[in-house]
Design a protein around this ligand. Structure first.
Ligand code: ACO
Length: 400
């Protein structure tokens, strides 16, 4: 049930809803979630079907344009993205300003934000063609920057994108290849990363997307807006949860310690990372796909007896039987299993949230574009409940 309360502001009345438990900030035609039933649709298509039958660039086209592409549209879109993956050589120099051990998300915020200083030719946000060019540039260049943050971190040379590779293969190539060896992508692992990207591509008005919309509502350029989304994604309650969930599994270390750890959660000493969601009060549909992907990747790598995967399944089983989790409707979310898959793919733990940012870029861009294209949109401006001092007169410093 929806009540449009905007007219109340004219009467001087407003609502108090910190953390937005029951406030819609916009209308949108992009992503639908039914948290009670555990459903997630992009433009009406169930996430399970897209994860199984589609590929990431097709999903990007869908999110951005509203419809699945025809074969010709898909080829044109893919070619367009593939030919924009290079970044300006001067952008590469930004990296040297960071410490080698800087967290890759810190580097991402800075370098993606810096893109706005490189593309003055397409920053008129009221021009739909400029918006389209910016969207494609972001989609194509964020993976290149992401891979560069990793290479910089480990002290290896940057690998230039190769047009012969598909989008996901290219991301893996830029992260893992070295000039010394021929890189041959493993199709099972490429497919697994493709699925991770599809599952994380959009999730309606989450914290980072809302941040992008709020920044964009002031007319800020899209590169700056996406950098603000990356910053909001970083926190452990949001995109940082995959990193936190894997660290948690490593800390538990052994199945025998699961009951003791769960007790600590119930005693509120810490949270079960990768569990719970503001909207899902049922299984996150992305978590089921991710668990299946986990099986497939570990089988391919002959790691079926992976200790952390066994531990995660035991933790899930224990939690789902416990009244603490049942009463609060806490189920695994997408990030409970994604860390195990990312680790198996050879992606270092500090890059997990970066991969999430690569995936979510299309969601942020699509949501930003939808907002700007709406001629009625206004600057986002929440109100507050003032609880500070009442009016008082200034006291000179000698009398304080
Ligand atoms: N472990 C233990 N208890 C939890 C957890 C958890 N992961 N999540 C929520 N709870 C408890 C809260 O302590 C609270 O208990 P109370 O009623 O006794 O006070 C109750 O469940 C309700 O939780 P809220 O904090 O009100 O839920 P909210 O919607 O604000 O939080 C959030 C959602 C941030 C995702 C939370 O569940 C959490 O911190 N989970 C762990 C981090 C995580 O996995 N984040 C990823 C989210 S998905 C994504 O960003 C892709």
């Amino acid at each position: 049930d929806v009540i449009d309360i905007r007219a109340l502001s004219k009467l001087g009345v407003f609502t108090y809803d910190p953390a937005f438990f029951s406030t819609s900030s916009c209308t949108s035609e992009i992503t639908f979630i039914d948290g009670d039933a555990g459903l997630l649709y992009y433009r009406g298509y169930p996430i399970e079907q897209l994860a199984e039958k589609s590929d990431f660039l097709e999903v990007c086209y869908l999110l951005l344009n509203g419809e699945l592409p025809t074969a010709a549209q898909k080829t044109e879109f893919s070619n367009n993205i593939t030919h924009h993956t290079m970044v300006h050589d001067q952008l590469a120099r930004f990296f040297n300003g960071f410490r080698r051990d800087a967290h890759p998300m810190a580097v991402m915020v800075g370098v993606v934000g810096a893109l706005s200083a490189f593309y003055h030719d397409s920053l008129d946000i009221n021009n739909p063609q400029h918006r389209e060019i910016s969207a494609k540039r972001l989609l194509a260049k964020v993976p290149t920057i992401a891979a560069m943050t990793h290479k910089y971190n480990v002290g290896e040379p940057f690998m230039y994108p190769k047009n012969k590779f598909g989008f996901v293969e290219n991301l893996m190539y830029m992260m893992f290849a070295t000039p010394a060896e021929e890189y041959v992508p493993n199709p099972v692992l490429v497919r697994a990363l493709e699925r991770i990207l599809i599952l994380h591509a959009d999730h309606e008005q989450n914290a980072s997307t809302s941040t992008v919309r709020l920044a964009g509502s002031s007319g800020a350029n899209p590169f700056a807006c996406i950098a603000s989304g990356i910053a909001a994604l970083w926190g452990p309650a949001h995109g940082g949860a995959n990193e936190a969930a894997l660290k948690m599994l490593e800390e538990i270390g052994d199945v025998s310690r699961v009951p003791e750890y769960v007790q600590g959660v119930k005693d509120k000493k810490y949270k079960l990372m990768g569990f719970g969601h503001r909207v899902y009060k049922n299984m996150d549909p992305r978590a089921s796909v991710m668990r299946q992907t986990c099986y497939e990747v570990l089988k391919e790598l002959k790691l079926e007896n992976d200790k952390l995967f066994g531990l995660a399944m035991e933790l899930e089983k224990t939690a789902l039987k416990d009244s603490y989790f049942i009463d609060r409707k806490l189920y695994p979310n997408v990030d409970f299993y994604s860390g195990i898959v990312l680790r198996a793919l050879g992606i270092p733990i500090n890059m997990f949230t970066v991969i999430f940012a690569v995936a979510r870029t299309i969601g942020w861009v699509s949501q930003w574009n939808e907002m700007i294209a709406d001629a009625e949109h206004k600057i986002g401006r929440p109100r507050q409940l003032y609880r500070g001092s009442v009016r008082r007169d200034f006291v000179p410093i000698a009398k304080r």
